[in-house]
Design a protein around this ligand. Structure first.
Ligand SMILES: NC(=O)c1ccc[n+]([C@@H]2O[C@H](COP(=O)([O-])OP(=O)(O)OC[C@H]3O[C@@H](n4cnc5c(N)ncnc54)[C@H](O)[C@@H]3O)[C@@H](O)[C@H]2O)c1
Length: 275
């Protein structure tokens, strides 16, 4: 178990959307959060230690791993990336974060994986983390690669980890799909908190969703981990309806996407360089 009262936790990508939600949820209970990002980290509390650095800077990573017992790895390209940036940050950067953590004696890694690790499964299949991955994009492939590295770290080095296959993290649900895939700010903080505190998660892969009525997945690992999500996208259904979202289609099993990965599952790969 990682002890909130005594252990230092490093969070990468801490200036991002999920990083900000984690700070809000964790800073009250965790004694020392070391926060890193390539962007400035705003308004640190006394128990938050900000470090501006690129995950490609191995020397900076080695320095910031000192005294760290657990790493929460969030840094990554999402949404608007070109292929080279994806390789540099989500593959090479991920490798350097994990390797410096291993070589520094870090005991627990919590990794922001993604539902795109299994995005090619048809939506009619109630996916559990026990099924083989079916990534829907190179983004998803690199998430699976991160999960696989952590499998190797557990088997070879005894490093315990939890890979979170996050659905749609937003303050509120945004579209029809997120009625099933939403993960709320409060629930993501709770999920990371239990992933750090669990005495022995082994090498766990877990789905990162809120307690949505329309979940299309099933995850027995929630009970094992002690994850009890409180929020439900359904509570925001009327807000979505007012925005013109078809919230009634799913009642008739008419989802706007046939696979778990949504539009990612059918999107063409991105060009090598953005134009
Ligand atoms: N938001 C979601 O719905 C979602 C879903 C599945 C998985 N995830 C994963 O969760 C993680 C966090 O996502 P988010 O929504 O907070 O995204 P975000 O873009 O808000 O945050 C990512 C952070 O990583 C930082 N970063 C990017 N390149 C970096 C580099 N070279 N060095 C250091 N820091 C760098 C960015 O500055 C940013 O603050 C990502 O790994 C993402 O793939 C997010």
């Amino acid at each position: 178990m990682i002890d909130p009262a005594s252990d230092t936790v490093l969070v990468t990508g801490a200036a991002g959307a999920i990083g900000t939600a984690l700070r809000d949820g964790l800073r009250e209970h965790w004694r020392h959060l070391r926060l890193t990002d390539i962007k400035p980290i705003r308004d640190p509390s006394p128990n938050e230690e900000p470090i501006v650095a690129d995950v490609a800077d191995r020397v900076a990573l080695e320095r910031m791993m000192q005294g760290v017992r657990a790493v929460v790895h969030l840094a990554g390209m999402i949404g608007n990336y070109d292929l080279e940036s994806l390789f540099r940050v989500n593959a090479r950067g991920l490798f350097d974060v994990f390797e410096t953590a291993r070589l520094s004696g870090v005991e627990r890694i919590v990794f922001a994986s993604s539902n795109h690790a299994f995005g090619c499964y048809p939506i009619t299949e109630r996916v559990t983390p026990a099924l083989p991955p079916r990534p829907d994009s190179l983004y998803g492939v690199f998430k699976v690669w991160g999960e696989t590295m952590l499998r190797n770290y557990y088997d070879r080095h005894g490093i315990r980890s939890v890979s979170l296959r996050i659905g749609t993290y937003r303050t509120l649900p945004i579209d029809q799909r997120s009625l099933a895939t939403w993960l709320s700010p409060g629930d993501v903080a709770h999920l990371v908190d239990v992933s750090l505190r669990h005495p022995d998660p082994g090498c766990l892969v877990v789905n990162g969703y809120s307690n949505n009525t329309r979940l299309k997945t099933y995850d027995p690992n929630w009970a094992f981990l002690g994850y009890q999500p409180r929020d439900n996208a359904e509570d925001h259904r009327e807000m979505l309806r007012a925005q013109g979202v078809d919230v009634d289609g799913p009642d008739k099993d008419e989802w706007e996407w046939p696979e778990h990965g949504g539009s990612h599952a059918q999107a063409p790969e991105r060009p090598v360089r953005s134009v």
